[in-house]
Design a binder for this molecule. Structure first.
Ligand SMILES: [Cu+2]
Length: 206
């Protein structure tokens, strides 16, 4: 894998790989056991059927191990999810307005754009509202997605780690041109951001 554009993307990818790895090990183990039994207990070999009335040790093992595995998946998934919800004290707040069918952004100094510009390594708190129907704000490369519900303010928090342009899509069907409801997030260096922003912005959360 390449460099992740956010630390959150790293932890989401880790959870995904962790679950896939456990699934692959179980799939291979169960398939191999099944194939082995097909040959071992082949009728031609003349095994007499036996009634088995239970095996406490085996039953405890197959309850405890899967429970621990599922709990560990939940633990990693939940800690990763918390990263987008635990907003530190002094974030850089960008107001996001969604409407049919575009996003717009407003910065603390009043500057407004259709493309989201953010400085590198700064915690960004998106304060998201809708003017009409339900939308969703989705940055695939950052592994973040959050509904924007009419009448409600939702937040998304992320810290960009790599300079670049990344796609933003609406991920909630919102009418005729939903499929064209795209924009970009441009992650730029602090000095570029200062020039672009135009008022004395100081890097935060560093
Ligand atoms: Cu939309």
């Amino acid at each position: 894998m390449g460099i992740s554009p956010t630390t959150h993307a790293e932890s989401v990818d880790f959870v995904m790989l962790y679950i896939v790895a456990i699934s692959v090990v179980l799939l291979l183990g169960i398939t191999a056991t099944m194939v082995y039994f097909v040959f071992k207990y082949n009728r031609k070999k003349g095994h007499a059927p036996v009634d088995i009335h239970g095996n406490l040790l085996l039953e405890v093992i197959w309850i405890v191990i899967p429970t621990l595995l599922v709990l560990s998946m939940f633990y990693f998934g939940y800690t990763s999810f918390r990263e987008t919800r635990e907003i530190p004290d002094n974030p850089f707040v960008v107001k996001v307005t969604a409407r049919m069918w575009q996003f717009s952004f407003e910065y603390p100094n009043g500057k407004k754009t259709d493309t989201l510009y953010v400085p590198l390594s700064t915690g960004i708190d998106l304060e998201m509202r809708s003017m009409d129907v339900n939308h969703a704000f989705y940055i695939p490369a950052f592994r973040i997605k959050e509904d924007i519900i009419y009448g409600k303010t939702n937040h998304l928090y992320f810290t960009p780690k790599e300079v670049g342009d990344y796609d933003v899509a609406c991920a909630e069907y919102c009418g005729l041109s939903h499929s064209a409801m795209y924009t970009k997030v441009k992650v730029i260096h602090d000095n570029e951001f200062t020039t672009w922003y135009g008022s004395n912005w100081q890097p935060q959360n560093k």
